[in-house]
Design a protein around this ligand. Sequence first.
Ligand SMILES: *[C@@H]1O[C@H](CO)[C@@H](O)[C@H](O)[C@H]1NC(C)=O
Ligand SMILES: *[C@@H]1O[C@H](CO)[C@@H](O)[C@H](O)[C@H]1NC(C)=O
Ligand SMILES: *[C@@H]1O[C@H](CO)[C@@H](O)[C@H](O)[C@H]1NC(C)=O
Length: 532
Amino acid sequence: MKFYISTKGIKRLTISSSDAGKGLPETSKSTTALSRRIPSRTLLPVALVLGIVLPFLFVRIAFLVLESTTACYSTLDCIGWRFFSGADTSLKLREELSRALLEANKAGNNINEERIGSFNELVKEMTSKRQDVRAFAFKTKAMLLQMEHKVQSARQRESIYWHLASHGVPKSLHCLCLKLAEEYAVNSLARSRLPPPEYVTRLADSSFLHLVLLTDNVLAASVVVSSTIQNSANPEKLVFHIVTDKKTYTPMHAWFATNPVKSAVVEVKGLHQYDWSQEANVEVKEMLEIHRLIWKQYYNNLKGEDFEYDGAHTRYLEPLSPSSLSLLNHLRVYIPELFPDLNKIVFLDDDIVVQHDISSLWELDLNRKVVGAVFNSWCGDDCCPGNKYSNYLNFSHPYISSHFDHDRCAWLYGMNIFDIEAWRRTNMTATYHQWLKLNLESGLALWSPGVLPPSLLAFEGHVHPIDPSWHVAGLGYQYPEVHQETLKDAAVIHFSGPAKPWLEIGLPEVRRLWNKHVNFSNKFIRKCRIMG
Ligand SMILES: *[C@@H]1O[C@H](CO)[C@@H](O)[C@H](O)[C@H]1NC(C)=O
Ligand SMILES: *[C@@H]1O[C@H](CO)[C@@H](O)[C@H](O)[C@H]1NC(C)=O
Ligand SMILES: *[C@@H]1O[C@H](CO)[C@@H](O)[C@H](O)[C@H]1NC(C)=O
């Protein structure tokens, strides 16, 4: 006796009883309706079989329902599964499947072997060709690998595009520079002296609070200055020193001359206005050249590596940001030379917003150290993922590993107070240069490109930690890890990372904190369609 059970189930059940039916007597013609479809010869066996099977089914289902209440989420699913497989076969199937999966796992990762794009295709393939468990395991593996690969390369591309997007200067900012340069040429007010002659004495007066900004971004400078003044208890005590390059000098000057800030003093100086010795010029050139070589080497290494996407992936690209090559960015090491008349300054990056009065920063005792800085340990003591020394320095190099602690948290650059007297006393700039030369001699392998890594080395032992609420950084990352409360309490928020607030790629919630200080009623801002 053979059973053929098709997918349509009991409806097309036929019983061929070539042997068993032979000996049975023919049944009467009264069973007409049924006999048209089922030969009357087989009617009795059917009745017999049903008589045996149905009670069995009933009992089996009853047991399954009882069992299922404890083991299954859905009774129907459970019955279906167990009914057709039974405990023994399920165990066997599981074993077989495990074996097949292990086998598939051991086999090489040839994702091009079978092109299965979707789950539907997989089901079709498996059911139409009646394939076995082993084929299923291999096909599923191929499919998963293929999808994983797609997701990975999409993520990699996304983060590379995101970084590339951070490299461009928006057209609107370019426009602002051009319009302001034009204004400088045609409007004598835009050329008026900065600061006005009656305030010039304040530039070197140590009873005022001196803030230094090195930037070629007019809009960013305007935000730093206006947010500082707006939140200051005594704005008339503030003196801003803005140093910019030759090409940005006229627009920068025009902006601050036509947007005078109430009570505070702003000085705008171009690099071309400094009269540095030949020796100093050579040093600066050499410094830039070494930074450029480090950048190039890092870039070539990264290009050659076929690195896989992981969470820290974007951090590998970060040292390649344009700021790693910017002269103004690296010139911060020359602050004592840029301001020979000052003994103390607060240094501000251009990608920050000041949210509270910062005059008490000026009063902090730096304990004879050169720089006051926040140590980035936002998740607890010595907890600073992505900001440890090992993220900036090459600890495979014996010189680094023998001198520094791999797990130390780096300090934050971008809102610092510098005791310039102590800086001069300790020859910090010379130490910095020695490190640069050492790196050049070591095949440029000591650190990743950027301003911070060599500063970590040069200022080692000269950093005084200040309260973390002074400076909250990292708002320029794709997913900033900052709590709302911390953000609100921060005296200075810093858009460190690729997503600068003047770019479209930043998070709108944090960009709003910056946009608040852009004067959208200014005619140049309007003309250049700079929008928040
Ligand atoms: C700093 O440099 C000056 C002149 O180059 C030198 O006389 C002095 O010893 C140096 N000081 C330190 C602490 O290296
Ligand atoms: C780190 O230093 C080691 C040892 O000098 C060197 O082989 C390696 O290339 C360096 N890594 C980088 C990324 O420069
Ligand atoms: C914004 O710009 C306008 C026009 O230039 C000026 O009158 C106004 O005072 C500025 N507002 C602030 C807050 O600077």
